[in-house]
Every structure is written in structure tokens, then in C-alpha cells.
Write a protein that binds this ligand. Structure first.
Ligand SMILES: N[C@@H](CCC(=O)N[C@@H](CS)C(=O)NCC(=O)O)C(=O)O
Length: 223
């Protein structure tokens, strides 16, 4: 029995949701309003952050540790999301960090953080200069995604990996807010269309945040 404590438009939770689905695993989703600092949640993860995966009573925290745990605990026949050899695994991990840390700080925090989480956490109003910086930074990240996707089948190599899931998790949060200039980045768009069309992505496209509807193209596979 798997339970994922998560938040809507949290890229780290989305990465784990995608990983679970790609591995054919079902988890019950439990929304955790992290800003409430509930004691029972802090007992699961003293850092007070989502995602937290509870697998048969054992709590796991940190999205990358969770994804790598799923790889080890639930190996899928003939498939891996981490890469078959040491070189590919190093590249997958480099790109996961690129998206979770660099894209996260330069883009997701400035857009999703400012537009959604600041309000939810009672930390004031969106800062328009941060939003401008997020949109500006997003452009070179989209160019980099396009550069990788043009040269490789998937971002880290021949097969779909956690690098694609991390990238798609962040990009999908920003896309929910309508901030992605897709028409200017056709190679990145072609990669996103491919990953968005995978069955594992469907539940993310069905997400709807009360009072913050996504733009029409968000759930459209042929946008
Ligand atoms: N490095 C962590 C980052 C998780 C994270 O930043 N989660 C955010 C929501 S997207 C959170 O729980 N923030 C609440 C807090 O930091 O107090 C991971 O990969 O799981």
C-alpha cells in the first residue's frame, strides 16, 4: 500500500507521481498543506516538505531518494528510469539536479512560488520583478531542453529517464500557469508533446486547482 503526501503544482511531488505511474504503481494521494506544520506530518518528514511516500508504513522523503528507492524496490522488467550504465546514470542525475535545483530556483520559484505559494503560505503578494526574471530564465532553459532533445532521443540518452520526468514536472507546473512560450521553442515543444502523451502524464493533466484554472492548452495533447 503506497500513499503519496503531496501538493498540487509541486514539481517534486509531480516527479514522484510520474515515476510511480511509469513503473505501473498506484499510490493514494494525500494533500498536505505544508504551511500548517502539522505534527503528524513532521513526524513523517522533519523537513516539513512534500513529497513524502509511505510504503507499507515506512516513510520516505526527498523526491530523488524516493524515485531511486522505487527503482530499487520495484524494478520494472527490462526497464530502468536511471540508465543502464554508469555514464548514463551520471548524466541522468546531473540533469535531475539541473531541473530540480537550477530550473527550480531560476524559473519555478519565480513563477509558481510567486503566483501561487506566496499567497497560500500568507507571504504577501507576487513580486513582478521575480515573475519577469522567471519568464526570462525560462527561455534559455527551453532552448537547452530543445538542444538536448534534438541530439538525443530523450533528454539524457536513448531512453526515457528520471531526467525527463524532473524536467516535465517543472515545465508542467509553469505551463499550468500559461507561462510557456511554446511557439518560440519548437524542439522543446516536440519533446513535451511526446512526454505529455504518455499514459503516466494523464493524471497530472486532470489536476485542477480551485480558483486557479489552467489555460485551455494545458490538457490538450495537440496544442
Ligand atoms: N528537495 C526536496 C524539495 C521539496 C520541496 O521544496 N517541497 C516544497 C513544495 S514544492 C515544500 O514542501 N515546501 C515547504 C517548505 O519548504 O517548508 C525534494 O526534492 O523533495
Amino acid at each position: 500500500m503506497l500513499t503519496l503526501h503531496h501538493l498540487w503544482l509541486c514539481p517534486f511531488s509531480r516527479k514522484v507521481r510520474l515515476c510511480l505511474r511509469e513503473k505501473g504503481l498506484d499510490a493514494e494521494l494525500a494533500v498536505e498543506n505544508v504551511w500548517e506544520r502539522r505534527e503528524s506530518f513532521l513526524a513523517l518528514n522533519p523537513a516539513g516538505q512534500v513529497p513524502v511516500l509511505v510504503d507499507d508504513g515506512v516513510a520516505l522523503a526527498e523526491s530523488q531518494a524516493i524515485c531511486e528507492y522505487l527503482e530499487e524496490a520495484y524494478p520494472s522488467a527490462g526497464r530502468t528510469l536511471l540508465g543502464l550504465d554508469a555514464t548514463t546514470r551520471a548524466e541522468v542525475r546531473r540533469l535531475v539536479l539541473w531541473f530540480d535545483l537550477k530550473f527550480g530556483r531560476e524559473v519555478t520559484d519565480n513563477l509558481v512560488g510567486e503566483k501561487l505559494y506566496k499567497r497560500l503560505m500568507g507571504r504577501g503578494y507576487p513580486d513582478s520583478s521575480a515573475i519577469r526574471a522567471g519568464r526570462q530564465n525560462l527561455q534559455y532553459h527551453l532552448a537547452y531542453i530543445g538542444y538536448l532533445a534534438e541530439r538525443r532521443n530523450w533528454l539524457a540518452g536513448d531512453t526515457l529517464s528520471l531526467a525527463d520526468l524532473a524536467a516535465a514536472a517543472h515545465v508542467s507546473c509553469v505551463d499550468y500557469l500559461g507561462d510557456v512560450p511554446w511557439e518560440d521553442y519548437p524542439e522543446a515543444k516536440a519533446w513535451y508533446v511526446r512526454i505529455k502523451s504518455r499514459p503516466a502524464f494523464r493524471p497530472l493533466l486532470a489536476d485542477h486547482i480551485a480558483g486557479l484554472p489552467p489555460p485551455r492548452h494545458y490538457a490538450d495533447l495537440d496544442f
